[in-house]
Design a protein around this ligand. Structure first.
Ligand SMILES: *Cc1c(COP(=O)(O)O)cnc(C)c1O
Length: 362
């Protein structure tokens, strides 16, 4: 068996220790004679799993007591609809900051349910920067302001939250979830699909301030999309994604054991520095994002020559550096260096890039 360095944007690399633990548990979970995939979601065994997962994510993010944690299905994408359905209930209006495809998709979905206003956009420069969010045209008749905090495709990240002028902030944190400490109390809702930085696909975690969990939802909201349905049953209204919740629980324990999110932030900053430092001195490769807005998780870069990019991707793959091809809408390369990517993986990538540069720079 040999494992590659997997730079996929998602589903993405998981900690090897966690995979081994899941493997050891697979046939007989803690002496119960069955796997987590086979047990009832109403069993005491599973109850322990989901309760421990919630407790551990609360510890990791220091989640205040007045926030509910929900383990849901339908991906981040389904929350693009659930957010306006549950939150556009006072003025039927919200503001969206358009920093890439995911924010734009969320904005378009919200327009189905109410007045979704574009507050700012960085589309003019292919979303290569975060707009100035210090004085946006936010009005107090907006039910919330929405951001995508880390832009997986374009490789930008908010280093400062927008000034929302007192309006509730909603953030899609899919690709930076648990990558560093975040102050949950600054958000009304923080949510993310776990398949980027946390666990396997098929689970989205919502952290919602409890006053936002109400019966006042958009008329016709499906039972399953009403946050209150899920909150009243502690995410067990129907069968949840038991396996993904279990896997996330193992990752939470791995994070706690390895120093929590402060330690993760340091490791992630170090990995990103190694890669960006190389890009900044390279004569062949260059980063595509404004320096001040660079993401610690997703690092896009190009050579400026499509054929050279393709050659690089192919040779990197042959060298055990997988899934380095950029998003189909951007081209070039993208290295996603999530929590579970070891520093050695980034060092190997940079070494490989330096070598490639030497051979291919005319
Ligand atoms: C991947 C991604 C999504 C979409 O997630 P799904 O779970 O596939 O719906 C949304 N937002 C961001 C920031 C992402 O990276």
């Amino acid at each position: 068996m040999s494992r590659v360095y997997n730079f996929s944007a998602g589903p993405a690399v998981l900690p090897e220790e966690v995979l081994k633990e899941a493997q050891a548990d697979l046939l007989d979970y803690k002496g119960c004679g069955m796997s987590v995939m086979e047990m009832s979601h109403r069993s005491s065994m599973f109850d322990d799993i989901i309760k421990a997962a919630e407790k551990d994510i609360r510890t990791l993010l220091n989640i205040p007591d007045n926030y509910k944690v929900l383990f849901l299905q339908g991906g981040a994408y389904q929350q693009f609809a659930a957010i306006p359905m549950n939150m556009m209930n006072k003025h039927h209006k919200a503001g969206y900051i358009l920093t890439g495809q995911w924010a734009t998709k969320a904005w378009k979905e919200a327009k189905i349910y109410g007045d979704a206003v574009a507050l700012a956009s960085s589309e003019d420069k292919t979303y290569s920067y975060i707009p100035d969010c210090s004085d946006l045209p936010i009005t107090d008749d907006m039910d919330y302001v929405y951001i995508c905090q880390n832009n997986t495709i374009y490789g930008t990240e908010y280093w400062e939250l927008p000034n929302t002028k007192g309006v509730d902030l909603v953030a899609d944190v899919s690709s930076c979830f648990l990558s560093k400490p975040m102050d949950v109390s600054k958000y009304a809702v923080m949510y993310g699909g776990v398949q980027k930085n946390v666990g396997p696909a098929g689970l989205v975690i919502d952290i919602i301030r409890d006053d936002l969990i109400t019966d006042e939802v958009y008329p016709g909201t499906p039972t399953m999309l009403k946050w209150k349905t899920q909150a009243d049953k502690d995410s067990l209204f129907n069968t949840p994604n038991c396996w993904a919740i279990y896997m996330c629980g193992l990752v939470f324990k791995w994070l706690l054991k390895n120093g929590g999110l402060e330690a993760m932030e340091k490791k992630n900053a170090e990995k990103a520095r190694i890669l960006y430092d190389f890009l900044d001195q390279s004569k062949l490769f260059k980063g595509t994002v404004e320096k001040k807005d660079r993401s610690v998780m997703n690092v896009p870069f190009v050579t400026g020559d499509k054929d050279m990019d393709a050659k690089f991707v192919a040779e990197a793959k042959a060298a055990g550096l997988e899934n380095i091809k950029g998003h189909r809408t951007v081209g070039g390369m993208r290295a996603s260096i999530y929590n579970a990517m070891p520093k050695a993986g980034v060092e190997k990538l940079v070494e490989f890039m330096a070598d490639f540069e030497k051979k291919n720079l005319k």
